[in-house]
Design a protein around this ligand. Structure first.
Ligand SMILES: [Zn+2]
Length: 43
């Protein structure tokens, strides 16, 4: 039996990623802006 290896997250700055296309932004505002520009829901 081997050791159970836990999930290791790569070093990464906290950020926000678009749930639709996966593009990452450093700020929520940047993502918000992206959503409005690229993924207009018509909302
Ligand atoms: Zn996107």
């Amino acid at each position: 039996m081997g050791k159970i290896v836990g999930l290791i997250f790569p070093e990464k700055e906290e950020g926000f990623s678009c749930p639709i296309c996966g593009k990452e932004y450093k700020s929520a505002k940047g993502l918000e802006n992206h959503m409005e520009k690229e993924h207009q829901d018509g909302k």
